[in-house]
Design a protein around this ligand. Structure first.
Ligand SMILES: [Fe+2]
Length: 198
């Protein structure tokens, strides 16, 4: 048994349970399985970044968590554990985000639970989250690791030059390696977890 702090362990167990129920296609299922295998095999270093909230968190985090927990006991449980972990997170803006305009810069915040700058620091699995105010576009980006988003609220995603598509609470988006992707919020704040295996 790994000596992972209780709340983080409980969060991971609940997240895993939700993802297992998604009936994901083969590739995203492999990403989930391999990431949780690694998390089950070893423990990273305890994170040392000081807790820090950004102004957007004070305005939109609680409304997003309320929305995300509506109508689903498993999601509500996950978000309640998250609430208990959140005061220790180091929220940050995406690097270079000011170049994408003031609305994006001030209207989003990211944090890592697991990975660089997270509560558990390690390189092999990154588990993070994004909060966006309503009517914000998250700048198009790409990266070598494939990525799975688990939406907690409604939002829209785009892959490559494809059409925008909506995802609601508990739904996933799988981004293949190096695909350009973006997301945007509508009338409500957008809150999503994301999982990568660099
Ligand atoms: Fe991404």
């Amino acid at each position: 048994m790994l000596d992972r702090p209780d709340r983080l362990r409980a969060f991971l167990e609940q997240l895993h349970a939700i993802l297992v129920k998604q009936q994901l296609e083969k590739t995203p299922a492999q990403l989930v399985n391999s990431a949780f295998d690694l998390l089950g095999q070893s423990l990273g270093e305890a994170g040392e970044k000081p807790a820090r909230r950004l102004p957007i968190c004070n305005d939109w985090l609680e409304p997003a968590l309320e929305l995300g927990g509506n109508g689903s006991a498993p999601r509500r449980h996950l978000l309640n554990i998250f609430r208990a972990l959140e005061p220790r997170l180091h929220w940050h803006r995406r690097s270079g985000s000011l170049s994408a305009g003031r609305t994006f810069y001030e209207g989003h915040a990211n944090a890592m639970l697991i990975g660089p700058g997270g509560l558990e620091v390690r390189d092999d699995v990154w588990l993070g989250l994004t909060l966006m105010a309503p009517q914000v576009n998250y700048m198009r980006h790409q990266h070598p690791p494939e990525e799975l988003y688990l939406a907690m609220t409604c939002g829209e995603w785009q892959q490559g030059d494809g059409p925008w598509f909506a995802r609601g609470p508990g739904e996933t988006v799988h981004n293949q390696s190096m695909i350009h992707h973006a997301m945007r919020s509508g009338e409500t704040p957008l809150f999503t977890f994301w999982l990568l295996r660099p």
